[in-house]
Design a binder for this molecule. Structure first.
Ligand SMILES: Nc1nc2c(c(=O)[nH]1)N[C@H]1C(S)=C(S)[C@@H](COP(=O)(O)O)O[C@H]1N2
Ligand SMILES: [Mo]
Length: 251
């Protein structure tokens, strides 16, 4: 059923592009959620093609590869610095006992979760590959709460299109609902069976193994559910397109 619907959409979008020009194709693509938020950026049409092809051709919940314990890396590089932000420093000094993750926006029951509360929810452990756009990568074991569990607790409005992640530094990002509900999308609080080390995003980070490392936002502070990204930052869906990387970083 899914395949035939996808085939129908692919043919439809392609036919519309041929017969009626790109304007109609673009409207059709938008209706089916195939336009990434940075489509107007420097990579424009290319970004739309990459994202639309992924969304049409890949099963929504296809899994990223998981590895064996013996394949865990020996070295775990870090990107960026631990936030200098005063609030973050204070929370960190207190062992994150006062930290809470706020979840708001298009949800029925806005809530905030302490680290203890998140740890009480059913956990998932997965050994996955994390690749940085700068060329390095590593395999590590991550433990956390599937984002989907938290989304179910707060009750996502059917109008929702994106989930936005705000950290204690500038590296905010967002996911579409397909990646947000994906079973391997984790709010991770442990790495290699230890508390998440500060440089890797303490107390809680996102892990999105189907996309490049920069989508795995560290040092989380707030999550918001929305139907548009236009009013956040430069309206491109994340900090990445503002600095030359694409919003969608599927691998
Ligand atoms: N808040 C925040 N999240 C972030 C970053 C950052 O600088 N700040 N860097 C990103 C990048 S580019 C990568 S590759 C991964 C690296 O994760 P690691 O430092 O645990 O290896 O985190 C991502 N998440
Ligand atoms: Mo990265």
């Amino acid at each position: 059923m899914r395949v035939s619907r996808r085939k129908l959409m692919t043919t439809g979008v392609a036919a519309a592009a041929g017969a009626c020009g790109l304007g109609v194709a673009a409207r059709l693509a938008d209706r089916y959620g195939l336009i990434p938020p940075d489509h107007a950026g420097i990579y424009g049409a290319g970004e739309t093609l990459t994202y639309a092809a992924q969304r049409l051709l890949m099963a929504h919940h296809s899994l990223a590869r998981e590895f064996d314990r013996s394949e865990i890396s020996k070295v775990f590089p870090v990107n960026g610095e631990v936030p200098e932000n005063e609030t973050y420093q204070r929370l960190s000094a207190g062992g994150f006992a006062d930290w809470r993750l706020a979840v708001d926006g298009l949800v029925a029951r806005p809530a905030s979760f302490s680290l203890t509360e998140l740890k009480r929810l059913p956990a998932r452990t997965q050994i996955t590959h994390q690749a940085c756009e700068e060329g390095w990568s590593f395999i590590a074991e991550w433990t956390g709460v599937p984002l989907s569990s938290v989304l179910n607790l707060v009750g996502v409005d059917p109008k929702a299109k994106y989930v936005v992640f705000f950290p204690f530094d500038e590296s905010w990002d967002s996911l579409d609902m397909s990646d947000a509900w994906h079973p391997q999308t984790l709010l991770a609080y442990a790495m290699n069976a230890q508390e998440l080390p500060a440089p890797h995003g303490a107390p809680v980070r996102l892990r999105v193994p189907r996309q490049l490392g920069y989508k795995s936002v560290k040092y989380l502070s707030r999550i918001t559910v929305t139907d548009t990204l236009k009013n956040i930052g430069n309206g491109l869906g994340s900090i990445s397109p503002e600095i030359g990387y694409s919003w969608y970083a599927g691998i």
